[in-house]
Design a binder for this molecule. Structure first.
Ligand code: IPE
Ligand code: MG
Length: 238
């Protein structure tokens, strides 16, 4: 979710106004997922690197996060959305950690959409903690070296129950991954848009989904193989 600061600047307002406006886009995208029956959405809210921003901005972001955790639970429940936070939470204040746990508990039984909000998250952090777990299990004699395959690593990343992303959207004009779900995005379709996050509404999200729908995903196979497979699928269905 990139471009809050630039949006604010363009509107002659402080950066924090951009972050506040960005919360509205979160709501819009979450509700659009529910309407379209998209079952998984992961948002990158705050990276491990964002702590380096001016203290005042970090504070405002934490306050917004706190307010959203409390204020949005009802809406999430109304929309049958399960919220979970991915990232290293020990860096957050005790109060914020409690608020996170409360929001997760209160939405735990919802199932229309699994919403992950990445906070103090980094893709490399996630891989690192997975490796640390593998080593601990190996040292404890519970895991053989031969058993360490891709699946073993995937299973130890945050939320192994969440499917790998099909579509990776970055707003705000930058064309990079910036340490988001690195391992899991191996086959994700990348979509970059100049639209700033606060302007990323239902229509903008729809454009991204339409673009995704036009792509052919081959997973290493040839177009001919994919087309032959599609034909058999259509025949089976008719
Ligand atoms: C994204 O918007 C929000 C966070 C990283 C928390 P930015 O704050 O990065 O906005 P720009 O890039 O300065 O426009
Ligand atoms: Mg930015």
């Amino acid at each position: 979710m990139d471009g809050n600061g630039r949006w604010a600047k363009a509107h002659g307002r402080p950066r924090t106004a951009g972050h506040r406006e960005g919360v509205k886009s979160v709501r819009a995208v979450v509700e659009e997922c529910v309407r379209r029956k998209i079952h998984t959405l992961t948002l990158f809210a705050f990276s491990s690197e964002n702590w380096q921003r001016p203290r005042s901005e970090v504070n405002i972001l934490m306050e917004l996060f706190m307010a959203a955790l409390r204020g949005e639970v009802r809406r999430l429940n109304d929309n049958d959305v399960r919220l979970r936070i991915i990232g290293e939470r020990s860096a957050f204040s005790e109060k914020l950690q409690r608020r996170i746990l409360d929001a997760e508990t209160q939405t735990a039984n919802n199932s229309a959409l699994n919403l992950q909000v990445a906070a103090n998250y980094g893709g490399r952090w996630d891989i690192t903690q997975a490796v640390r777990r593998l080593v601990a299990e190996a040292q404890a004699g519970r895991l053989d070296q031969e058993a360490i395959d891709e699946q073993a690593i995937s299973n130890r990343l945050s939320f192994p129950d969440i499917p790998e992303p099909d579509l990776f959207i970055r707003t705000g004009g930058e064309q990079r991954l910036s340490n988001f779900v690195l391992w899991q995005s191996a086959y994700a379709e990348l979509y970059f848009t100049d639209t700033l996050w606060p302007d990323f509404n239902e229509a903008a999200f729809g454009h991204a989904l339409d673009d995704f729908a036009r792509r052919q995903r081959r997973f290493g196979q040839t177009s001919e193989q994919i087309e032959a497979w599609m034909t058999t699928q259509t025949q089976e269905r008719t």
